[in-house]
Design a binder for this molecule. Structure first.
Ligand code: MLT
Length: 245
């Protein structure tokens, strides 16, 4: 198994696809997706375009859907929710499909949606994703950070490092055997430096600061937790993710 890290969708190769792609948006889209599916949501369907989301979700019964729209960290007017994982309680999401569009996370997923297997990861469900990799041993794995509008995000690369570090610790593979690119090695170094202070890392991150300005400290605390949800979100058809039993 070779792991590759790409810091943003823009840095991800366009001329090939891996056997397995993992989209990461710790703050907050992939944390929200893991939470929704762990709380009994039927599926998560992602859109980069807000109007298309509204149009497609219209054909879904109102009591069976939730519309999530986020831009710049804030809820989009007219949507049910604004991408806080803390809003995704079992009472609210049970049996419903989440139609979601966010600034960067949904773009990252669209970028890798042609891979044979597409997963989403955040710190909260890191161990479920690692377990899948250890069991299935895909030959090539791309871990793709969402970044922020084309720029590097500390938290996504740290989460990529958390996945890689855990795979390395549970196999006999050396760093050179595991690493598909230099970014993988720097991601592990970033994670190892901050693994005991992930909340502090999120406070240093530019999108963490943006969310703090929007009074989302509780979201940061939740997103900084590691391995709290045993849920593996996997793409079933382009743009639609479900929990794998
Ligand atoms: C994104 O896609 O950029 C985010 O998930 C932003 C957020 O809701 O914090």
């Amino acid at each position: 198994m070779k792991l590759f890290v790409y810091h943003t969708p823009e840095l991800t190769p366009k001329d090939k696809v891996p056997e397995c792609a993992i989209a990461v948006d710790v703050l907050r889209a992939t944390t929200t997706m893991a939470t929704v599916l762990a709380s009994g949501g039927e599926a998560v369907q992602v859109f980069s375009d807000l109007d298309k989301l509204m149009q497609e979700s219209e054909s879904w019964p109102a009591e069976k859907r939730l519309r999530v729209g986020e831009r710049g960290g804030a809820k989009v007017p007219g949507f049910d929710l604004g991408n806080s994982p803390l809003d995704c309680t079992p009472e609210r999401v049970q049996g419903r499909r989440l139609f979601i569009s966010t600034t960067n996370g949904t773009r990252a997923l669209e970028r890798v949606q042609d891979a044979k297997v597409v997963l989403t990861a955040a710190f909260v469900n890191r161990s479920a994703v690692v377990q899948y990799l250890l069991e299935q041993q895909p030959e090539t794995v791309w871990i793709v950070g969402s970044g922020w509008e084309g720029s590097f995000s500390l938290e996504d690369t740290a989460c990529a490092g958390a996945i890689a570090q855990s795979v390395k610790a549970q196999t006999n593979l050396s760093l050179d055997e595991l690493a598909g690119n230099d970014e993988l090695i720097s991601a592990i170094a970033l994670y190892v430096q901050w693994q005991d202070n992930l909340l502090e890392l999120l406070h240093h991150a530019s999108h963490g600061k943006r969310l703090l300005r929007l009074n989302c400290l509780e979201d940061l605390k939740y997103c900084a937790q590691t391995d709290i949800l045993n849920v593996l979100p996997m793409q079933q058809e382009p743009g639609v993710l479900k929990k794998v039993p």
